[in-house]
Design a protein around this ligand. Structure first.
Ligand code: ZN
Length: 213
């Protein structure tokens, strides 16, 4: 089964949300990642990562706290939203490392996500020109081997920002979009119903037959 590393960006176990990232971003990411996790069961495996550089922390020190980053992955995803820093304008964009050794694959992934995400009703406008050192020199890219990678700033989502309400009303559809995008990108063949659902159905049927005897 394909293995995708997904970073619960700005979240760190044992530290309350809010020390890193835009206002409300960590909480929204945890909601999104929980929904991705529910939808990807039986379709692809996920290695979860999290966190951000502590103030003054080196890449090596961060790496020592995140042994999961030494794994081998089919794809690496980091999910975010922006603070209200664009003169009150909403919008979203995706990025990958500027010197990504798998740039061709990463860009194909980004294009699939862009096609699917932009088709969600009411999706914020695309602003690829907002790519910046925080996204193309993102600390996670410096930690990993050569795997396809995607960072998504899903919108301008802080409280009071233009995309705040849309991001929360559509978090489940956004999670589904990520799962569908990864299925398409990695060419995962999925049964009409996930295997675990089929097994549960068979168990229920056997129970009914048992009771009817
Ligand atoms: Zn972020």
């Amino acid at each position: 089964m394909a293995v995708v590393l997904i970073q619960k960006s700005h979240y760190q176990q044992g530290r309350p949300c809010g020390w890193s990232g835009a206002p409300g971003e960590c909480e929204w990411i945890l909601d999104l990642c929980g929904r991705i996790d529910a939808k990807r069961q039986g379709i692809f495996d996920v290695v979860w990562s999290n966190g951000d550089l502590q103030s003054g922390e080196s890449d090596a020190a961060f790496n020592a706290r995140h042994p999961e980053l030494g794994g081998v992955f089919d794809a690496v995803l980091s999910v975010h939203y922006d603070a209200n820093i664009y003169a009150g304008q909403g919008g979203w964009f995706w990025d990958r490392a500027r010197y990504d050794p798998r740039a061709t694959d990463s860009d194909r992934w980004g294009a699939i996500f862009q096609r699917r995400y932009s088709s969600l009703p009411g999706c914020p406008p695309l602003h690829l020109e907002r790519r910046n050192p925080n996204t193309y020199d993102y600390h996670l890219w410096r930690q990993l081997g050569a795997f396809p990678q995607l960072l998504v700033e899903h919108g301008v989502g802080a409280p009071g920002a233009p995309d705040h309400d849309w991001l929360r009303a559509n978090v489940d559809a956004i999670a589904a979009t990520h799962v569908q995008t990864i299925v398409e990108f990695l060419a995962i063949s999925t049964p009409v119903r996930p295997r675990l659902v089929i097994i549960a159905d068979i168990r229920r049927l056997l129970d009914e037959l048992e009771r009817a005897r």
